[in-house]
Design a protein. Sequence first.
Length: 337
Amino acid sequence: MPINNNNTYNKSLELPEDCSLPFFAYGFFKKGELGYHQIENFVNNEPNDGYVSGRLYEKDGVPILKIERQSFNEIKGDIIYFTNPKVAYRSIGKMEPRDLYKWHRVKVLNSTVYANILVYNFENNEHIPGATVSEDGTQGWHCKKDPLFNIGMDYLRYKYFNPMVRQTFKPEEQIDIHEVINNEMIGGYIRTFELQMAYVFLWTIIDRFKTLSYGMTSNESCKNDKLAKSKLWNKAIRYIQDESGEEIKKLLGRVVKSNKTYSEDRLVNKFYGIRCNAVHRGKAVGSDERILTKGFLLLFPIMGYVINSELGNLDVAEKQFYDDVQNILNLKLWPKV
């Protein structure tokens, strides 16, 4: 499947042939899912439940419906009517790439309703490259079931965040250094490598969240900007700054850029710069351990709050976030805190 140089799918979708028809959403455009905010202002009344025939696949965390003539699978979704259909469908098209999807007119099962639905663009292909069959079709596909958002974030908490807060994070003690190499410096490098793995994996989760929230057609810079403008992100930033009495940029300290392809005008780009260093520089330098520690300790609770709140767990997310912030600010790692 062709990909452009910005690692985004080529070209957004055109409008469906008949914009007067409702939209059948089976993925992240359903009410309560991460992409619903993109069309919420154009929705007329509450969406209705419905089912269509097909087979549901998942590729990179994104659901894809494939119309198969002999498929008897019932795929659950929302039937959504719009007050301004062309504007709503244009918003959907900006998030969905024509390299992957196309519009299709479908009859909703057990009803007289016809709707526009997004299906796999290459219906004659027997398989969708890189995709697996999803078992969530009948019960309904949900973003919150993505293992990155639950198992992945839990893994980072118990493997890295909690031990770092408790100051018991000592990966160098988990191996016999002398069995690897007789070098006193190896312990420090092991810690740095572990932090790099944790921080890059955290950004893997963030990238999945941004794709489901802002679409697959935008480049990373655009999606970072949208994250930086989100209410939850800014609420989290303000809380940390109010509690610490410092701007987070000052708490982080100076980030050495690995390239000149992003701006540090937004805080999210400073966090992204740390990620770029870990991925692209290919070596550990003296300041990496400290900046990775600070970056991870700040970014993990922020994104945990943003993701869990967007997935509908606002009360739990807030309590966890407030506790996490107090714990990290108690560490002797920050200036004037």
